[in-house]
Design a protein around this ligand. Structure first.
Ligand code: TA6
Length: 286
């Protein structure tokens, strides 16, 4: 297997991160003075053609097995394809260091292109500083309309997933992929078992992490779904690229447009989805 080259660093006084051209995959980010915010498995693969277990994989143009339930590879081809680096800056006055990536249908392996035979252009801008913003713009460059799903499958690093509280989804409808039931969220989310839920929400989510004494905020624009995932014990054991106990140190909160919120683009139309991560220390008084 061909090992992946080292990621590009995005560094400025306010924070730093790393991103790969492979999958335009953000591997790490931390504001200056904070512990890493993104999580990567100790067993993560790093070879061409393999998905990377951690950071922020880009799920596009479908999510999971797709709405038909039979599409491969899981979560689409964007995260296992080399994107072109269009430009890269580091902002010395401390605001942010940025990188912009481009992917078109011409970059896609021909076998995979048959699954999604639509001309498209995806532009992805990453800005790492005191916050981490990731913005994905998809343009229909062909003559006929198409639909796609998308998710920024964000792995967040937490001190103990059994003690976190995920706020901002109270009252939101969700599809529970574990029970295959439609539910409505009542209050904050606690992780007490395998959790795999597609929420119908366009709002900001906060992950309160008492073990690390901090709150992670996931703000977004252009997204009508938030996916929350923790594999818990049995699913962790079943994944070769995930150590058995690592479910305790991570939770996925994913900015997305999936299922019946798939995006439809007419010829020439574009759609942008943006996720902005930030961190704050919990007040000792609260
Ligand atoms: O976003 C949650 C999810 O769809 C889960 O169902 C699980 O499959 C997870 O993504 C990881 O998917 P992956 O293909 O990266 O192993």
């Amino acid at each position: 297997m061909t090992r992946l080259p080292a990621p590009l660093t995005l560094s400025c006084p306010a924070g730093s991160g790393a991103v790969r051209t492979y999958g335009a995959h953000v591997m790490s980010w931390a504001p200056t003075g904070f512990d890493p915010v993104l999580w990567v498995s100790s067993r993560a693969k790093d070879s061409v053609g393999e998905a990377i277990r951690g950071g922020v994989p880009i799920c596009f143009p479908w999510f999971g097995p797709g709405r038909s339930g039979d599409l491969k590879p899981a979560h689409g081809f964007a995260r296992i394809t080399e994107w072109k680096l269009a430009d890269r800056t580091s902002d010395n006055d401390g605001a942010a260091a940025t990188a912009r990536f481009i992917l078109t249908h011409e970059d896609i392996n021909p076998q995979l292109r048959s699954v999604f035979p639509h001309p498209f252009r995806a532009a992805y801008t990453v800005a790492a500083g005191a916050e981490l913003s990731m913005s994905l713009t998809v343009t229909n460059t062909g003559p006929t309309a198409f639909e796609f799903e998308e998710a920024l499958h964000t792995y967040l690093s937490v001190g103990d997933s059994r003690r976190i509280s995920i706020e901002g989804l109270d009252g939101a409808r969700y599809f529970d992929k574990v029970t295959q039931q439609q539910q409505e969220q009542a209050g904050p989310i606690a992780i007490t078992d395998e959790t795999d839920r597609v929420y119908y929400s366009d709002g900001t989510v906060q992950v309160k992490d008492p073990a690390m004494g901090r709150t992670l905020t996931v703000a977004k624009e252009g997204s009508d779904n938030t996916v929350v995932w923790n594999p818990w014990t049995e699913k962790s054991k079943a994944m070769g690229d995930f150590a058995d106990d690592e479910w305790q140190s991570m939770v996925c909160v994913e900015t997305a447009n999936v299922l019946d919120n798939a995006v439809r683009l007419d010829a020439g139309e574009s759609h942008t989805m943006t996720q902005i991560l930030s961190v704050s220390l919990n007040s000792l008084l609260r």
